[in-house]
Design a protein around this ligand. Structure first.
Ligand SMILES: C[S@@+](CC[C@H](N)C(=O)[O-])C[C@H]1O[C@@H](n2cnc3c(N)ncnc32)[C@H](O)[C@@H]1O
Length: 176
């Protein structure tokens, strides 16, 4: 039986089955209520979040309109819990105003250049609550992402944890 609480295999985007399942399992483990995603593209990560946390809501940001993402989320019947904002995450005045600590899940998968990842991590950290989860995608795959994440971890004095089974080497940490 395929219920809303179960993972639904879907390889019609950048997430392979292993990647999607690993992301879904991490959401399940951390049980977030309010998520922020930087980098929406096809909506696969958004769909996995909303399926894994059926009590949760998600705000997804992207510089592009991400029509495919909207179609995917709508097809899955998840639109009620999803908000999309087309904006440049590198430009603070373009990002919708949220209270500090509003989110308990922040997923960084936007511009993968070192400077941009640094800025997105800082933006996400400020909006993350104590005990919340910060996730960075493509840590092992993109050297710039790894460098930015390592510098961030040193500054915060918190170790990243690898996401088991994630072929792109995503990492996560909990905000104290
Ligand atoms: C790797 S893709 C995200 C994949 C997505 N998580 C998925 O499941 O399909 C990176 C996305 O970041 C977006 N992006 C790049 N630079 C950005 C910026 N400065 N602000 C917001 N989004 C940006 C791109 O348009 C692209 O859609």
């Amino acid at each position: 039986m395929r219920g809303i609480m179960q993972w639904q295999p879907d390889e019609s985007g950048p997430m392979s089955a292993g990647y999607g399942k690993a992301y879904f399992d991490l959401v399940r483990l951390r049980r977030p209520r309010r998520g922020l995603e930087i980098g929406t593209e096809t909506g696969q990560s958004a769909a996995n979040f909303l399926l894994a946390a059926p009590w949760g809501s998600l705000v997804s940001l992207d510089i592009r309109p991400c029509v495919e993402a909207r179609e995917r989320i709508e097809r899955l019947g998840l639109l009620m819990r999803w908000r999309f904002c087309q904006c440049n995450s590198q430009m603070p005045d373009q990002v919708p105003a949220f209270h500090r600590g509003h989110f308990d899940w922040v997923y960084v998968d936007g511009d993968h250049s070192k400077g941009a990842v640094k800025k997105d991590l800082a933006l996400g950290w400020g909006l993350l609550s104590a005990g919340g989860t910060l996730v960075a995608d493509d840590y092992s795959m993109v050297p710039d992402v790894k460098e930015a994440c390592n510098a961030f971890a040193l500054e915060k004095e918190i170790l990243w944890t690898g996401v088991d089974g994630h072929p792109h080497g995503a990492v996560w940490m909990e905000k104290p």
